[in-house]
Write a protein that binds this ligand. Structure first.
Ligand SMILES: Nc1nc2c(ncn2[C@@H]2O[C@H](COP(=O)(O)OP(=O)(O)OP(=O)(O)O)[C@@H](O)[C@H]2O)c(=O)[nH]1
Ligand SMILES: [Mg+2]
Length: 242
């Protein structure tokens, strides 16, 4: 029997890493893909079932960072922070891993529920690139898989990993970059303030870092989301002294 709950999976990654191809492989849908960056501009949604569970999958726009530099980055950032998907799959290009890992590190600062999915493994093999998945997984603190979305390679293992993660059977310990004593001291001061204001609603360390960076776009988004949560709570009969 299929469960009622619909689990939500987000696909994040740099442009042109095969997110839409993976989305199509999982949903059977034909999301248009093209061999140029910036193809997916607003997020696309589809669904699939696996092991009696229904999943909604959200194909986020490809971005090089999640630091509010563009509308695409804000769409992807806001989805991860405010919509809180059950799993975020970071899709990386196996042939440009070093550059792609930058975005993976940013996602690891935003959520614990992450699977790193290294795509285009067929291309990497042709170029003689070998990837040490288990070492990478140990360092990043989350599952790391290699796939070829275009050829369907590794999709079964990905589905199994998603299933285990939503069942709470995978404990992650995402790598949090250290920013040196000066910044770490400021982060340590800000975290209790952020927690006092928002509770556990948002990842406090990440919010503190964004505040230190003077990210006004995030501040505006936090205010909007916070006020609408307060409105929802008061509408549901909770009182609020804010
Ligand atoms: N060889 C190979 N090519 C792939 C694979 N996955 C995707 N591609 C190709 O890579 C190109 C980009 O794929 P998309 O799925 O559009 O990439 P995307 O990440 O959705 O791109 P944006 O929406 O621009 O961010 C397409 O030409 C795909 O056919 C793969 O596993 N192997
Ligand atoms: Mg796309």
């Amino acid at each position: 029997m299929t469960e009622d709950k619909e689990w939500r999976i987000a696909l994040a990654g740099n442009p042109n890493t095969g997110k839409s191809t993976l989305f199509n492989a999982l949903t059977g849908l034909r999301q248009h893909t093209g061999n140029w960056p910036g193809k997916t501009v607003v997020h696309a949604e589809g669904s699939f079932t696996y092991n009696d569970k229904t999943y909604k999958i959200i194909d986020l726009p490809g971005t090089y960072s999640l630091l509010s530099n563009s509308a695409d980055e804000e769409v992807a950032r806001d989805f991860i922070i405010f919509e809180k998907p059950d799993v975020t799959i970071v899709v990386l290009d196996a042939t440009a891993l070093e550059r792609n890992l930058n975005l993976a590190l940013q996602v690891l600062e935003m959520t614990d529920q992450v699977i790193v999915c290294i795509n285009l493994i067929d291309e990497a093999r042709k170029k003689g690139i070998e990837i040490n998945k288990s070492l990478l997984s140990k360092k990043l603190g989350v599952p790391v898989l290699t796939i070829s979305a275009r050829n369907g390679e590794g999709i079964d293992e990905l589905l199994k990993t998603i299933d285990l993660m939503v069942n709470g059977k995978i404990k992650t310990n995402p790598l949090k970059l250290q920013y040196g004593p000066d910044i770490e001291e400021k982060i340590a001061k800000l975290i209790p303030l952020v927690t006092k204001l928002f509770g556990t609603e948002y990842p406090a360390r990440w919010v503190a870092l964004r505040l230190l960076d003077g990210d006004h776009s995030l501040l505006d988004a936090l205010k909007r989301d916070y006020h609408s949560s307060v409105r929802r709570m008061t509408a549901n009969g909770y009182s609020c002294s804010c």
